[in-house]
Design a binder for this molecule. Structure first.
Ligand code: SAM
Length: 205
Protein backbone atom coordinates (compact mmCIF):
# COMPACT_ATOMS: atom_id res chain seq x y z
CA UNK A 1 0.00 0.00 0.00
CA UNK A 2 1.29 3.49 -0.89
CA UNK A 3 0.74 6.23 1.67
CA UNK A 4 0.37 8.97 -0.95
CA UNK A 5 -1.68 7.18 -3.64
CA UNK A 6 -3.82 4.90 -1.52
CA UNK A 7 -4.42 6.91 1.65
CA UNK A 8 -3.70 10.60 1.14
CA UNK A 9 -4.96 11.23 -2.44
CA UNK A 10 -8.43 9.75 -1.85
CA UNK A 11 -8.82 11.93 1.27
CA UNK A 12 -7.47 15.05 -0.46
CA UNK A 13 -9.84 14.36 -3.37
CA UNK A 14 -12.90 14.15 -1.11
CA UNK A 15 -11.87 17.27 0.81
CA UNK A 16 -10.94 19.49 -2.18
CA UNK A 17 -13.66 18.23 -4.55
CA UNK A 18 -16.33 17.54 -1.93
CA UNK A 19 -19.53 19.36 -0.95
CA UNK A 20 -18.91 22.60 -2.88
CA UNK A 21 -18.87 20.74 -6.21
CA UNK A 22 -22.22 19.00 -5.58
CA UNK A 23 -24.31 21.20 -7.95
CA UNK A 24 -21.77 20.65 -10.74
CA UNK A 25 -21.86 16.89 -10.21
CA UNK A 26 -25.65 16.90 -10.10
CA UNK A 27 -25.74 18.65 -13.48
CA UNK A 28 -23.15 16.45 -15.18
CA UNK A 29 -23.97 13.00 -13.78
CA UNK A 30 -27.68 13.75 -13.29
CA UNK A 31 -28.08 14.21 -17.06
CA UNK A 32 -26.53 10.85 -17.97
CA UNK A 33 -28.90 8.50 -19.76
CA UNK A 34 -28.78 4.86 -20.79
CA UNK A 35 -25.51 2.91 -20.92
CA UNK A 36 -23.07 5.22 -19.18
CA UNK A 37 -19.30 5.12 -18.72
CA UNK A 38 -17.64 7.27 -16.07
CA UNK A 39 -13.89 7.65 -16.56
CA UNK A 40 -11.54 8.32 -13.62
CA UNK A 41 -14.35 7.99 -11.08
CA UNK A 42 -12.03 8.64 -8.12
CA UNK A 43 -13.86 7.82 -4.88
CA UNK A 44 -17.28 7.81 -6.55
CA UNK A 45 -18.54 11.28 -5.61
CA UNK A 46 -20.78 11.35 -8.73
CA UNK A 47 -22.55 8.07 -8.08
CA UNK A 48 -25.46 9.40 -6.02
CA UNK A 49 -26.35 11.84 -8.81
CA UNK A 50 -27.09 9.23 -11.50
CA UNK A 51 -30.79 8.97 -12.23
CA UNK A 52 -32.72 5.71 -12.13
CA UNK A 53 -32.55 4.15 -15.56
CA UNK A 54 -28.87 4.90 -16.14
CA UNK A 55 -26.63 1.80 -16.14
CA UNK A 56 -23.17 2.89 -15.08
CA UNK A 57 -19.72 1.36 -15.50
CA UNK A 58 -17.17 3.49 -13.64
CA UNK A 59 -13.46 2.99 -14.30
CA UNK A 60 -10.78 3.96 -11.81
CA UNK A 61 -7.18 2.65 -11.95
CA UNK A 62 -5.83 3.92 -8.58
CA UNK A 63 -6.38 1.21 -5.92
CA UNK A 64 -7.10 3.59 -3.00
CA UNK A 65 -9.66 5.54 -5.02
CA UNK A 66 -11.13 2.38 -6.51
CA UNK A 67 -11.72 0.82 -3.09
CA UNK A 68 -13.69 3.84 -1.86
CA UNK A 69 -15.61 4.05 -5.12
CA UNK A 70 -16.63 0.38 -4.89
CA UNK A 71 -17.93 1.02 -1.36
CA UNK A 72 -19.83 4.14 -2.48
CA UNK A 73 -21.41 2.26 -5.38
CA UNK A 74 -23.20 0.06 -2.81
CA UNK A 75 -24.52 2.97 -0.74
CA UNK A 76 -28.34 3.10 -0.42
CA UNK A 77 -28.41 6.67 -1.76
CA UNK A 78 -27.08 5.48 -5.15
CA UNK A 79 -30.17 4.91 -7.35
CA UNK A 80 -28.59 3.58 -10.56
CA UNK A 81 -26.61 0.32 -10.81
CA UNK A 82 -22.91 1.24 -10.74
CA UNK A 83 -20.15 -1.29 -11.47
CA UNK A 84 -16.61 -0.13 -10.64
CA UNK A 85 -13.80 -1.53 -12.83
CA UNK A 86 -10.04 -1.13 -12.96
CA UNK A 87 -9.29 0.32 -16.42
CA UNK A 88 -7.37 3.07 -18.16
CA UNK A 89 -9.07 5.90 -20.05
CA UNK A 90 -6.24 5.77 -22.62
CA UNK A 91 -7.15 2.18 -23.61
CA UNK A 92 -10.83 1.72 -22.90
CA UNK A 93 -11.70 -2.00 -22.84
CA UNK A 94 -15.04 -1.49 -24.61
CA UNK A 95 -16.32 -1.92 -28.16
CA UNK A 96 -16.83 1.03 -30.51
CA UNK A 97 -20.14 2.90 -30.05
CA UNK A 98 -21.02 0.90 -26.90
CA UNK A 99 -22.21 3.78 -24.66
CA UNK A 100 -24.96 6.42 -24.79
CA UNK A 101 -23.18 8.72 -22.35
CA UNK A 102 -19.65 9.21 -21.00
CA UNK A 103 -19.09 11.26 -17.82
CA UNK A 104 -15.86 12.88 -16.59
CA UNK A 105 -15.30 15.24 -13.67
CA UNK A 106 -11.87 16.70 -12.89
CA UNK A 107 -10.13 13.89 -14.80
CA UNK A 108 -8.85 15.28 -18.10
CA UNK A 109 -6.33 17.44 -16.20
CA UNK A 110 -4.49 14.30 -15.08
CA UNK A 111 -4.68 11.78 -17.93
CA UNK A 112 -1.21 11.40 -19.48
CA UNK A 113 -2.41 12.08 -23.05
CA UNK A 114 -5.42 14.39 -23.33
CA UNK A 115 -6.02 13.88 -27.08
CA UNK A 116 -5.85 10.11 -26.78
CA UNK A 117 -8.30 10.08 -23.85
CA UNK A 118 -10.81 12.25 -25.73
CA UNK A 119 -10.42 10.11 -28.87
CA UNK A 120 -11.10 6.98 -26.80
CA UNK A 121 -14.24 8.57 -25.33
CA UNK A 122 -15.42 9.40 -28.84
CA UNK A 123 -14.72 5.86 -30.04
CA UNK A 124 -16.84 4.19 -27.32
CA UNK A 125 -19.77 6.64 -27.68
CA UNK A 126 -22.53 5.89 -30.17
CA UNK A 127 -23.14 8.54 -32.86
CA UNK A 128 -25.21 11.27 -31.18
CA UNK A 129 -23.98 10.13 -27.75
CA UNK A 130 -23.08 12.67 -25.08
CA UNK A 131 -19.79 13.35 -23.34
CA UNK A 132 -20.86 15.16 -20.13
CA UNK A 133 -18.05 16.79 -18.26
CA UNK A 134 -16.86 19.35 -15.78
CA UNK A 135 -13.14 20.13 -15.85
CA UNK A 136 -10.74 22.83 -14.75
CA UNK A 137 -8.90 24.32 -17.71
CA UNK A 138 -6.39 26.95 -18.83
CA UNK A 139 -7.70 30.32 -17.64
CA UNK A 140 -9.08 32.70 -20.29
CA UNK A 141 -7.35 35.50 -18.33
CA UNK A 142 -3.77 35.89 -19.69
CA UNK A 143 -2.26 36.94 -16.36
CA UNK A 144 -3.83 33.97 -14.54
CA UNK A 145 -2.63 31.72 -17.37
CA UNK A 146 0.90 32.98 -16.80
CA UNK A 147 0.57 32.02 -13.10
CA UNK A 148 -0.81 28.64 -14.05
CA UNK A 149 2.25 28.04 -16.28
CA UNK A 150 4.65 29.19 -13.54
CA UNK A 151 3.19 26.93 -10.89
CA UNK A 152 2.59 23.97 -13.22
CA UNK A 153 5.86 22.01 -12.55
CA UNK A 154 5.35 21.96 -8.77
CA UNK A 155 1.57 21.59 -8.92
CA UNK A 156 1.78 18.64 -11.32
CA UNK A 157 4.37 16.90 -9.20
CA UNK A 158 2.47 17.37 -5.92
CA UNK A 159 -1.00 16.55 -7.23
CA UNK A 160 -0.64 13.26 -9.08
CA UNK A 161 0.02 14.71 -12.54
CA UNK A 162 -2.76 17.35 -12.47
CA UNK A 163 -1.97 19.93 -15.20
CA UNK A 164 -3.64 23.31 -14.50
CA UNK A 165 -3.17 24.71 -18.07
CA UNK A 166 -5.06 22.37 -20.43
CA UNK A 167 -7.31 23.54 -23.24
CA UNK A 168 -9.91 20.78 -22.98
CA UNK A 169 -12.45 22.56 -25.22
CA UNK A 170 -9.90 22.62 -28.07
CA UNK A 171 -9.16 18.91 -27.56
CA UNK A 172 -12.90 18.12 -27.82
CA UNK A 173 -13.06 20.10 -31.06
CA UNK A 174 -9.98 18.31 -32.47
CA UNK A 175 -11.61 14.94 -31.74
CA UNK A 176 -14.70 15.93 -33.73
CA UNK A 177 -17.18 16.65 -30.92
CA UNK A 178 -19.82 19.37 -31.28
CA UNK A 179 -19.07 21.71 -28.41
CA UNK A 180 -21.98 24.17 -28.50
CA UNK A 181 -23.26 22.66 -25.24
CA UNK A 182 -20.06 23.47 -23.35
CA UNK A 183 -19.89 26.71 -21.32
CA UNK A 184 -17.34 28.40 -19.11
CA UNK A 185 -17.88 28.15 -15.36
CA UNK A 186 -16.15 29.50 -12.26
CA UNK A 187 -15.32 26.47 -10.13
CA UNK A 188 -15.44 26.49 -6.30
CA UNK A 189 -11.69 25.72 -6.22
CA UNK A 190 -8.47 27.65 -5.50
CA UNK A 191 -7.73 30.49 -7.97
CA UNK A 192 -5.15 28.53 -9.95
CA UNK A 193 -7.80 25.95 -10.98
CA UNK A 194 -10.93 28.11 -10.79
CA UNK A 195 -11.46 28.48 -14.56
CA UNK A 196 -13.63 25.62 -15.72
CA UNK A 197 -15.87 24.26 -18.43
CA UNK A 198 -19.09 22.31 -17.95
CA UNK A 199 -21.73 20.80 -20.21
CA UNK A 200 -22.25 18.25 -22.92
CA UNK A 201 -20.16 17.61 -26.03
CA UNK A 202 -21.97 15.55 -28.66
CA UNK A 203 -20.42 12.89 -30.88
CA UNK A 204 -21.26 13.48 -34.52
CA UNK A 205 -22.03 10.58 -36.91
C1 SAM B 1 -8.78 14.63 -9.35
S1 SAM B 1 -9.32 12.97 -9.41
C2 SAM B 1 -11.06 13.20 -9.73
C3 SAM B 1 -11.87 12.01 -9.33
C4 SAM B 1 -13.36 12.07 -9.64
N1 SAM B 1 -13.64 12.09 -11.04
C5 SAM B 1 -14.05 13.22 -8.94
O1 SAM B 1 -14.68 14.04 -9.62
O2 SAM B 1 -13.98 13.29 -7.71
C6 SAM B 1 -8.69 12.39 -10.96
C7 SAM B 1 -8.93 10.90 -11.15
O3 SAM B 1 -8.56 10.53 -12.48
C8 SAM B 1 -7.97 9.24 -12.42
N2 SAM B 1 -7.15 9.03 -13.62
C9 SAM B 1 -5.99 9.63 -13.97
N3 SAM B 1 -5.53 9.15 -15.14
C10 SAM B 1 -6.44 8.21 -15.54
C11 SAM B 1 -6.54 7.36 -16.67
N4 SAM B 1 -5.60 7.34 -17.62
N5 SAM B 1 -7.60 6.53 -16.75
C12 SAM B 1 -8.55 6.54 -15.81
N6 SAM B 1 -8.53 7.32 -14.71
C13 SAM B 1 -7.48 8.15 -14.59
C14 SAM B 1 -7.14 9.28 -11.14
O4 SAM B 1 -6.83 7.98 -10.68
C15 SAM B 1 -8.09 10.03 -10.21
O5 SAM B 1 -8.93 9.17 -9.51
Amino acid sequence: MHLLDDILFPRINDFALGEATTPLRAEVAGGARGKTLEIGAGTGLNFRHYAEGAEVIAIEPAPGMHERAARRARSPEVRAPVEVRDANALRLPFADAHFDTVVASFVLCSVKDLDLAVAEVRRVLRPGGAFRLVEHVASPDPSMRTWQRRIRPVWTRLLGGCDPVRDVRAALGRAGFSIEGIRNVELPLPGIVRAGIIGEAVRGG
